[in-house]
Each structure stands twice: as structure tokens, then as C-alpha cells.
Design a protein around this ligand. Structure first.
Ligand SMILES: Nc1ncnc2c1ncn2[C@@H]1O[C@H](COP(=O)(O)OP(=O)(O)O)[C@@H](O)[C@H]1O
Ligand SMILES: [Mg+2]
Length: 672
């Protein structure tokens, strides 16, 4: 059957055709290729390969089909003898002619099926363009289509993020580079993105130098009172059969919250903003409470007990609370002596509100003990969902989980339960609230299948393990499945991309990241390092120092925390931003020997920026003796004497001096 004369300019007639349809079943078709005698069938540009996109004209549309298998059922015995060449196709989409423009538009799925005898040809460049690019307004480029390297591979941002995506591939195939590339493309076009990236190998900071807020638990603030009951139990009690302790905590935490809250209720409503009715705190409500209240509640209850044997859970809880609040590794959670309501600041910094030109938060996790990492990751994953939920979808957030098999393993005995649940929740319900997930892993077979199955777009890089390939194959709709045969043999920067983020499943080649945007490779170059001996003086000492310092909080916390406190207070007081910045800087300075440098770049990119304009913090050489104990804490605002109060309303307008601002902030703090 020949081309219909009424068909469009895209129909190049039958002369380009390479065969004819001999079978159509559902979404599959079989083509009898114009055999070996046809020179086009042998030439490289006319020869269909696995994964090639073919076109078949029907009355109103052009059906697009992907080659999923090629075979010669009965090979001839002698060269030159005729034989039957077969191509199996998956029917994947169609191009329809629009009345308004010359370019046809692409639809997934097929409405008009090809008939027996219809001629089949390779899809032409305008067809590939219409298919893979189409309306590019909400798309970003990540690479090129393998079939024609002049056609860009575009991903649809809303589908990609809204319905979660996964980047899979054997180690060293380029997952981290791909993650960086995709995120960079997205951020370039969406400068006010909100992306939280969990970075277990501290490799991404170099890929987003200008765009990322880099946080490690050493400069992070994640106050314990933000934890849900389950999370705080995990930290303070751990697993095992400790029911009695859990019950005690369940009783005293709401009381501690109420105590803190009641103390606040005397203050004007503006300052208590968000704390709500002090009598209506549940054990999970993220409102501040003091560790000192917990300890005194424990003491009170111990004092009332008659049977000494009942003391055990109280004693062990008290001991654990005391130990952990001294533990340097947990300083990001318990390090602050002063409890103040910094929730808005913590959320603002983590989820980039306002964005302040840094749409990505990178959370570096290397070198932190696994139980601490588990808690941090779990809290952040849970907060990502809650933040999206309570922002009612106004701030869509993407959580990128590198090495996701660590956090959501398929094996139910592995991993950290609260963390698994938090990620699963984003995977299952996140779409409704604008919380999305990017799963990056080298072991798709080891990841919880329910989570992987929620990833609607997959970029599969080279993969050799059979189990892993099976898992990926099970995630692909049948029609693109032939492409997965390539998985073990994909080249550098190549991937099979399929799912909602792509128009059609395709073999693509990612763009090359510029050197300046590469993630720091974690692969050691043995052949280079093993050429000369390292005789550098002090090298081993440096290693030892770094090693030992891993558990010690840096003093970077103190000014940051104080600045955050000042921000929190000035927010509540409605002070103008300049004086807030000023006072926060001064507070920080007083506390730990930091001086204010107006307009200079801060080495602490971590300092909260909500209310800052200038006056960033610059580290002065702080004598080590002030680093940890006395220097920081003895001057902490909690201990300073109250000064008489002035009306907060006046402050904003009266050109308040920085020392006044400081004094008033201190006064408020001293009452906490
Ligand atoms: N898009 C890309 N641009 C530049 N280099 C890439 C790209 N993809 C992969 N590479 C190269 O592949 C190497 C390994 O990539 P990496 O992302 O570290 O792998 P993985 O995370 O899978 O272990 C990198 O060092 C880099 O040289
Ligand atoms: Mg990697």
C-alpha cells in the first residue's frame, strides 16, 4: 500500500519506507523489512536499530513506533539468498496535524492503528523534533536524543518533579553528574526553586557553588523540640524494649511544652506568634520546651516514688538526656542553652524561603555517626513533607536522596523505620502537596519497591546486575521495554529515559557538565596517587586532627544560633530589618568574639538571611579556650540581667541604636 495523496508534507511517500506492517496486536506491530536486496536496508542511515523511532502514516495521523526487537526467523544458508527480516515495534504515540500550524503535535498513545500492509519508514527530523521538543516552555534540556544528536532531549519539569523521579545506574556510571546536570538545568530556568539534597559523600557543593546553601550537622541548627515524639524517643531512648521510659517521656514532654508556653503567654500575642493555646500542646506539636524542665520534671516524679525499683526508667532517662545534651555530635540538636522559637528560621534556611539566590540546600553527611545521620535524615524527610503540607502547596519542595538504598532499603530489617516512613509518605502522598522526591541509587533491586514504583520518570544509566535490570524493566511500560536491552552496554553519559517526564522512552546522551560544575568525584585515582610518596610534614597530624574533631561541634554554631535568635525576636517584634541585622550581629559578636564586617562576604554562608541586608559575620581568630565552654556560654544572653523594657512598637521607627536593640533583645531572652 502506498502513501495517500491527501497526506501532509511529512509524508515523503513510500520511497523512504523500509518495510510493511504484517501484524498488529494491541500496542505491538511486526514489520517485514524490505530484505537484504534493498540497499537502503543495509545503509546505516536507513537501517532500523533497536530503539529507533519509526513512523507509519494512517489516514489522519502519523503513528510512532519504537523498534523493540530485530530478527531473521529463518537465516539463509548461503550469502545472497533471500531471507525474511523482521522488526518488532512498540506503538508509542502519534503526531496529529493541527489546523493552526504546520508543525504536527505529539500525543502519547495511539488512537488510529496502522493497518496491514502500511508502509513503515524512519521518523524524520521534524517528526523527532515535534515528538521530543514540542512545547518547550515548561521543559528543560538535559542532553540529546541518541537517534539524532541534533534533537535535544527535553524533560518536562512539572511531570518530572510532580510525580517523582529516579536516577539509577552502577557505581561510576555518572549518577551524581546526572543529578547535578538535571538539577542545574531545572534551577537555571527556575531560579526560585526549593531543593533539599542529601549528600552522603559531600560531593555536590562543587557542582552548585553559586546556587547552594551548604549545611552540615556542624553548622546546622535542628532543635530537639522540632522532633516528633517518635523521633525524640529514637534519640533519647533508642530501640529495644524500653516501654517504661517511653511512657515517662510521653507524660512529661507535653508538660514541659506547656510550661514553656505558659511562661510565654504573659507576653504580647505578637511575640507568642504561632505558639497557640498553651494548654493544647500534644506530644508531637513542634513548639519549644526546655531540657531543664524535662530534668526537673523527672526529679519531681522520682521524689514522689516510694518503690526504689520504679526509679530505673527515670534514672536512665535522666542519664541519657544529660549525656546526649553534652554530646558534641548532637550539638546541632541540643547544643543551644537558650530555648527560643526559631522554627520559622530553621524552615526558612532549610527550604530556602526566601530563596536569596540559593535555591538548593545541600546537607553534607560524611563522617557523621550513622545513628545521628539516621535521625537527621529522618527528621528532614518528615519536615519536607510537613512543610509542603502546611504551606498548602505554595512552596513545592524537592527532596533529593542520594544513595537512597541506605534510607529506604527493600529489606525490612534494615534501615531506619521513621526515615523509611517519611520518604514513603512523600512518595505516596507528596504529589498532592507539592513534595517531590528524587531517588538516586546504584542498587535499584535493594530499594523498597513501593517507593521506586512511585517514581514516574526514570533515567537508567549503565547497569550490569541482572536483578537491577529486572527491577527497572518492571517499571517500564511494555512498549519501551526493548530499549532496556541496552542497559548493560550503554556508553558514558548515556541513559535510557522513560516515564512521564519524557515525551517518549528514548536512549539519550546527557550533555557534558563543565568542569567547574562537576560533583567532586569520590573515585580515588590510584595510578596517579601511587607515583610519589607523601612526605609532607604534618600530613598525618592533620588526618588525626580531622578524625578527632569529627565529634566536636565547631564554634560556628554560636554566632549563627544567636543571630537566628535575634532574627526570631526581631520578627516577632516587627523590627526593621536593618536594626535586626545589626543587633543580631552584635549579639553574635558579644557571644563569641566575632566582629561585624559590613558588606563583606560571609564565610558562614549558613547565617540566616531572612532579615539581613549587610553586616555579615566574619570570623576573627578566636582563641581556642573560648571555643567550647566558658567563652560562648558564660556570655549567653540567658544569663544577662534584665533591663527595663521600652515599647517594641517605637523601636522600629525611632532610629534605635544597636546597643539599645541588643539590650532589649537580651531582656526578652533573659525572661525565657
Ligand atoms: N554529564 C556528565 N558530564 C561530565 N562528566 C560526566 C557526566 N556524566 C558522567 N561523567 C563522568 O563520569 C564520572 C563518574 O560519575 P559519577 O557521577 O561520580 O558516578 P556515580 O555517581 O554513578 O558513581 C565522573 O567523574 C565524570 O567524569
Ligand atoms: Mg555518585
Amino acid at each position: 500500500m502506498q502513501g495517500n495523496s491527501s497526506q501532509t508534507s511529512l509524508n515523503r511517500g513510500a520511497d523512504l519506507s523500509i518495510g510493511r506492517i504484517v501484524s498488529v496486536t494491541g500496542s505491538k506491530a511486526i514489520v517485514l523489512l524490505d530484505g537484504a536486496s534493498n540497499s537502503r536496508a543495509r545503509s546505516s542511515d536507513g537501517r532500523p536499530e533497536m530503539g529507533t523511532l519509526l513512523a507509519i502514516e494512517t489516514a489522519r495521523t502519523t503513528v510512532l513506533a519504537i523498534v523493540s526487537a530485530l530478527s531473521v526467523p529463518v537465516p539463509s544458508q548461503r550469502d545472497g539468498e533471500s531471507e525474511v527480516w523482521i522488526a518488532e515495534l512498540g506503538l508509542v504515540g502519534e503526531l496529529s496535524n493541527s489546523e493552526r500550524s504546520d508543525t504536527p503535535y505529539f500525543n502519547r498513545g495511539v488512537t488510529a492503528y496502522p493497518a496491514l500492509g502500511d508502509r513503515v519508514r524512519l521518523a524524520q527530523k521534524p517528526e523527532l523534533e515535534a515528538t521530543f521538543c514540542g512545547d518547550t516552555s515548561a521543559m528543560v534540556r538535559v542532553g540529546a536524543i541518541r537517534q539524532d544528536s541534533t534533537i535535544p532531549a527535553m524533560v518536562r519539569v512539572d511531570e518530572l518533579l510532580g510525580k517523582h523521579f529516579a536516577i539509577l545506574g552502577t557505581t561510576g556510571t555518572g549518577k551524581s553528574c546526572t543529578t547535578a546536570l538535571i538539577l542545574r538545568s531545572i534551577v537555571e530556568k527556575n531560579p526560585a526553586a526549593h531543593i533539599l539534597l542529601l549528600d552522603p559523600h559531600n560531593e555536590y557543593a562543587t557542582a552548585f557553588t553559586e546556587w547552594a546553601e551548604v549545611i552540615s550537622p556542624r553548622n546546622m541548627q535542628l532543635p530537639y523540640w522540632l522532633l516528633t515524639f517518635e523521633e525524640i524517643v529514637e534519640v533519647l531512648v533508642g530501640d529495644g524494649d524500653r516501654k517504661a521510659e517511653v511512657e515517662v517521656l510521653q507524660e512529661i514532654i507535653p508538660i514541659a511544652k506547656t510550661r514553656y508556653n505558659t511562661a510565654r503567654s504573659a507576653e504580647p500575642a505578637k511575640i507568642r506568634r504561632g505558639l497557640g493555646d498553651p494548654n493544647r500542646c500534644t506530644v508531637d506539636t513542634p513548639v519549644p520546651y526546655r531540657i531543664s524542665d524535662l530534668l526537673s520534671l523527672l526529679d519531681e516524679r522520682m521524689g514522689k516514688l516510694e518503690n526504689r525499683r520504679d526509679l530505673a526508667p527515670y534514672r536512665s532517662l535522666k542519664h541519657r538526656i544529660e549525656t546526649i545534651s553534652q554530646d558534641g555530635r548532637y550539638a546541632f540538636m541540643f547544643g543551644s542553652r537558650t530555648v527560643f522559637d526559631s522554627m520559622a528560621q530553621v524552615l526558612g534556611r532549610l527550604f530556602r524561603v526566601p530563596v536569596n539566590n540559593k535555591p538548593i540546600t545541600i546537607l553534607e553527611l560524611t563522617g557523621i555517626p550513622s545513628e545521628v545521620v539516621n535521625v537527621v535524615v529522618s527528621v528532614l524527610c518528615r519536615m519536607t513533607f510537613d512543610f509542603a503540607l502546611w504551606s498548602e502547596g505554595q512552596v513545592p519542595v524537592t527532596l533529593v536522596c542520594e544513595e537512597a538504598h541506605r534510607y529506604v532499603p527493600a529489606n525490612s530489617t534494615l534501615g531506619f523505620e521513621p526515615c523509611k516512613r517519611a520518604i514513603a509518605k512523600i512518595a505516596k502522598e507528596g504529589r498532592k502537596y507539592g513534595a517531590s522526591l528524587c531517588i538516586v541509587t546504584q542498587r535499584p533491586a535493594e530499594i523498597d519497591p513501593t517507593i521506586l514504583s512511585q517514581c514516574n520518570t526514570v533515567f537508567a544509566l549503565r547497569m550490569s546486575n541482572d536483578r537491577d535490570q529486572e527491577i527497572v524493566a518492571s517499571a517500564v511500560a511494555d512498549t519501551g521495554a526493548g530499549l532496556l536491552e541496552f542497559l548493560p552496554s550503554l556508553g558514558q553519559r548515556e541513559a535510557i529515559a522513560f516515564g512521564d517526564g519524557m515525551s517518549l522512552p528514548a536512549r539519550i546522551k546527557f550533555d557534558e557538565l563543565p568542569r567547574s560544575a562537576l560533583p567532586k568525584s569520590s573515585t580515588a585515582i590510584f595510578s596517579e596517587r601511587w607515583q610519589t610518596s607523601l612526605n609532607e610534614e604534618g600530613f598525618l597530624d592533620q588526618i588525626v586532627e580531622r578524625w578527632r574533631a569529627s565529634g566536636i561541634p565547631t564554634n560556628g554554631d554560636a554566632p549563627h544560633q544567636l543571630a537566628m535568635m535575634a532574627d526570631a525576636l526581631s520578627d516577632a517584634l516587627g523590627m526593621q530589618s536593618a536594626s535586626a541585622a545589626e543587633s543580631s550581629s552584635y549579639m553574635a559578636e558579644e557571644a563569641s568574639g566575632y566582629r561585624v564586617a559590613a558588606h563583606s562576604a560571609s564565610p558562614y554562608s549558613t547565617a540566616p538571611s531572612a532579615n539581613r541586608q549587610n553586616g555579615s559575620l566574619v570570623r576573627r581568630d578566636v582563641p581556642t579556650s573560648t571555643s567550647h565552654s566558658s567563652g560562648t556560654r558564660s556570655s549567653a544572653p540567658e544569663r544577662t540581667a534584665p533591663v527595663s523594657q521600652t515599647n517594641p512598637g517605637d523601636k522600629a521607627t525611632s532610629g534605635l541604636s544597636s546597643s539599645d536593640a541588643l539590650r532589649s533583645l537580651r531582656e526578652r531572652l533573659s525572661r525565657s
